[in-house]
Design a protein around this ligand. Structure first.
Ligand code: HEM
Length: 466
């Protein structure tokens, strides 16, 4: 029985294996997810890849993925890329093991920070940050320059989570280069991904320089966060996420987060709270620029719902149903957190066919699940927001669209991300026409998350803006 899968040999793997190294032929260590997608297409709904003596099982077929969503038999597994982030994020919400008491404590203390009331309070701050983006884009347009979509979306989403969650201003839009916090974060994410591509015992040697840089990055993240917490303790706050972390006791037990755990949570939220949303917005803008008819339909909806309101109210964002579908469809094709891991709570049989011992785990390859032709049809690779109209959604099997993960450990920031991104897409559609560079071919970089690389758009001010 290998690694908890007694019948592992029945799970297909790539045909050509190299002794010691495993399935490394024809793979690029910078794009592990897109490589796995290629393998998955050849090998079927469940497959395995070997790297340095370890077998990793991948699941993407709709039936198997739905089975893994069964919370009574499976739970989140903290492994691979997520486990590699433990030195940065410790027992913060995202990287906590299921059995760590700080998970439930922090979950219960922080969940009200994502209630509808909390979102309504964030809405004006989200609008203010989006205003910085459109000011910046207006200047670029006036100067005859195209805009750097992923770069600017990252500025936007970082400022949004920093202000709404922590009352902090990184000043991203006043900088030409990314804030050092962003560079340090990208560094640690990239490093966490690279750790998966070398044999663990050799990592200290092969990645010596990178390991030193990673330690410096972590030190920088810690010191940024410590300064932010110090300032807050001195000044007091107004009921945002940081206040919850610092001051709120658990409703039942009266327990509070420790200072060390607060540090982990702040880093977790600053990173988890912006990187994936930035990618989602970037992919959505890419597709809107490539599909003028879809952009026109979305724009017409914005005009109809917002009327001549100068700025949209909270409810006017929730009513942008078609814009939301554009976002869902972008997250279908490029779920910016492209996989999540699940482990068996007890001995079980996956899909009635693959025995697993307690603790055995597999990666659910969301990106390929979202392109399974049996679920999405023969045109699964095409961009079509109508896949998310209510009738189409009702007719689809459950657990086939999972950009925010599943179960108790699914994304706590889902509503936050959707509100922010829908709001921003609405504002941008209302203000600009988006012109694609005809020579641009979508290229996706991976650093645990997905991001379109080198995506620039030309803007035109709309002739008549309501
Ligand atoms: C968890 C995706 C935005 C905070 C997750 C998970 C996924 C995900 C797939 C589960 C990971 C796993 O099972 O290992 C996304 C996507 C987003 C997004 C695609 C944007 C489009 C956000 C935002 C925040 C956030 C805006 C915070 C403001 C978190 C946290 C967790 C999490 C704290 C861990 C939850 C727990 O385990 O209790 N996210 N996320 N995410 N996300 Fe998000």
């Amino acid at each position: 029985a290998e690694q908890g899968w007694p019948e592992l040999r029945r799970i297909p793997h790539p045909p050509r294996r190299v002794p010691l190294l495993g399935d490394v032929l024809g793979v690029n260590r910078r794009t592990p997810v897109q490589d796995s997608m290629r393998f998955g297409r050849q090998l079927g709904p469940i497959f395995r890849r070997k790297a340095f003596g370890n077998e990793f099982v991948f699941v993407w077929g709709a039936e198997l993925a739905a089975d893994m969503a069964d919370e009574s038999r499976f739970a989140k597994h903290v492994g691979l890329g997520v486990a590699n982030l433990r030195p940065v994020a410790g027992d913060g919400l995202f990287t906590a093991y299921n059995h760590e008491p700080n998970w439930q404590l922090a979950h219960d203390v922080l969940a009200p920070g994502f209630s509808r009331e909390a979102m309504e309070a964030y809405h004006p701050m989200m609008l203010a940050v989006a205003g910085h983006l459109t000011d910046h884009w207006d200047r670029e347009l006036a100067a005859g320059r195209s805009v750097d979509v992923p770069g600017d979306m990252t500025k936007l989403t970082l400022e949004t989570i920093a202000r709404t969650g922590f009352g902090h201003d990184f000043g991203s839009f006043e900088r030409d280069r990314p804030h050092p916090f962003v560079s340090a974060m990208v560094g640690t994410l990239t490093y966490a991904q690279r750790l998966n591509t070398v044999p663990v015992p050799l990592a200290p040697f092969l990645l010596r320089g990178a390991t030193r840089r990673n330690e410096a990055d972590i030190a920088y993240l810690n010191s940024t966060v410590d300064a932010l917490v110090r300032a807050r303790r001195a000044a007091g706050g107004d009921g945002d996420l940081l206040d919850r972390m610092l001051d709120t006791a658990h409703p039942d037990t009266g327990e509070r987060l420790s200072a060390e755990n607060v540090r982990r949570q702040v880093i977790t939220f600053l990173v988890a709270g912006h990187e994936t949303t930035s990618g989602a917005l970037s992919f959505a803008l890419h597709y809107l620029s490539r599909h003028p008819e879809i952009a026109a339909r979305a724009r017409a909806e914005v005009d109809a719902v917002w009327g001549d309101a100068k700025v949209p109210g909270y409810d006017q964002v929730a009513k942008l149903r078609y814009v939301r579908r554009v976002l869902d469809e972008a997250l279908r094709l490029w779920p910016t957190a492209p996989a999540f891991a699940r482990e068996a709570r007890e001995d079980t049989v996956l899909g009635g066919d693959h025995p697993m011992r307690r603790g055995a785990w597999a990666l659910v390859l969301t990106m390929l699940l979202h392109r399974d032709p049996e679920v999405w049809g023969a045109d699964a690779e095409g961009f079509d927001p109508d896949r998310f109209d209510p009738k189409a959604v009702r007719s689809r099997a459950p657990h086939t669209f999972k950009p925010f993960g599943t179960g108790a450990r699914a994304c706590i920031g889902r509503q936050f991300a959707l509100h922010e991104a829908t709001l921003v897409l609405g504002l941008l559609l209302r203000r600009y026409e988006l012109r694609a560079d005809p020579d641009y071919r979508l290229k996706v970089t991976e650093r645990l998350t997905l991001m379109p690389e080198g995506l620039r758009l030309r803007l035109e001010r709309r002739a008549v803006t309501p």
